[in-house]
Write a protein that binds this ligand. Structure first.
Ligand code: KG4
Ligand code: ZN
Length: 357
């Protein structure tokens, strides 16, 4: 089975052709980062307009790279949630047009389900695929949460805890902005942190909700605010001091992510941890997670960066599995800004009153 996947939920325009076994026949991603950089973040209307221009040729290229055609694929999978509604609409309307014109089944994919299954994509650098169940840490610019994954599909995935405020990537981006390091900030902070020493940083950063506090919920805005206060008082550090501050910030974020994920695996009695999302590219996170998990007797499965950052291959793969289960969307498919996965964490803090499982 060959499925065409389409992804336009945020600031990557992407199309890919993938089989139900996870073989990546093509994978085309175009990032809008440069377009949004002057604004220091993603501007929704700019994103939607650019998707509308960029998507058709990207789909053509994905089909050509895979040596196939629209007539030859078994289905068309598209991200319809969560994301920016204008951006999502571009992908969904395009997918509907193709499905209708070529008389192919249309499959709706939740972007987070795509991320949680990206570890199964078979491509260079892919880790040993984990058997189910596994604990997944999804960390990106828009999402930061820990899931238990028992089966592919919405009903087999459960959030154990998420951030109450900023996503981890958002915190990296905001701190980079404060330090005048440009957008997106994660990769720059990562590079500087590798040269710095956290213990030498001139400021003590908080570790909110560490340990058992808040269950598996996390919080990153306090760490960012502490950096902001420090910069207000003493100005932006330079040279070695800047690298030390980046190292301290990164260590504070990474410690929380690792601590909560390893704790979740232990409490759930699950022996495998999977990483996903753009922040999974962070070298500090990869190293600390591997170290902590190994010490706890857990295996860690870290997909290659191309599978972690936003892409359409994960959408095509999740779509292929849905198609195998007969989950076909109608041409009245709508878009939603929120995920369909059940959430237990509220923005602003506090668990939801009752948690149906
Ligand atoms: O998954 P992604 O490509 O897009 C979404 O947010 O959906 O993730 C982008 C985020 C940005 O916040 C970026 O700063 C962060 O991932 N990021 C990193 C690194 N590479 C990307 N954060 C920390 N360290 C990195 N090496
Ligand atoms: Zn994403």
């Amino acid at each position: 089975m060959k499925v065409l996947g389409i992804e336009t939920s945020c600031d990557e325009t992407a199309a890919a052709v993938v089989t139900e076994k996870g073989e990546v026949l093509s994978d085309v991603v175009r990032s809008q980062t440069e377009l949004h950089a002057p604004f220091g973040g993603v501007v929704p209307e700019v994103a939607a307009r650019d998707h509308a221009v960029a998507l058709p040729p990207i789909i053509e290229r994905a089909l050509a790279d895979a040596g196939t055609s629209i007539a030859d694929v078994d289905g068309i999978a598209v991200t319809h949630r969560p994301g920016l509604s204008g951006a999502l609409l571009v992908g969904v309307l395009t997918a509907k047009g193709l499905a209708w014109g070529a008389r192919k089944p249309l499959v709706a994919v939740d972007h987070l389900v795509g991320h949680l299954l990206a570890v199964f994509l078979r491509r260079e650098g892919a880790p040993e695929p984990p058997p189910h169940p596994f604990i997944a840490l999804l960390v990106s610019g828009g999402h930061t949460a820990i899931y238990r994954v028992d089966r592919p599909g919405i009903d087999g995935m459960r959030e154990l805890g998420a951030t109450r405020d900023d996503a981890a990537g958002e915190a990296f981006d905001k701190v980079a902005k404060l330090l005048g390091l440009g957008y997106p900030g994660g990769p720059v902070v990562d590079r500087l942190a590798a040269r710095g020493v956290a213990a030498r940083a001139p400021v003590m950063l908080p570790k909110p909700l560490r340990g058992r506090a808040g269950g598996f919920e996390m919080s990153f805005s306090g760490i960012k605010s502490a950096v902001a206060r420090h910069v207000e008082q003493t100005g932006v550090p330079e040279g070695e001091a800047l690298a030390d501050l980046c190292a301290a910030f990164q260590a504070a974020v990474v410690d929380t992510l690792v601590d909560k994920t390893v704790r979740a695996a232990r409490e759930e009695g699950v022996g495998r941890i999977v990483l996903g999302g753009g922040v999974a590219a962070n070298r500090g996170l990869r190293a600390r997670m591997t170290e902590a998990a190994t010490a706890a007797g857990l295996s860690v499965h870290v997909p290659p960066v191309a599978s972690c950052t936003d892409n359409a291959a994960m959408i095509a793969y999740a779509g292929a599995l849905s198609l195998e289960r007969g989950e076909i969307a109608g041409l009245d498919l709508d878009v939603f800004t929120k995920t369909a996965l059940e959430r237990v964490t509220r923005k602003g803090g506090g668990k939801r009153p009752s948690l149906p499982r």
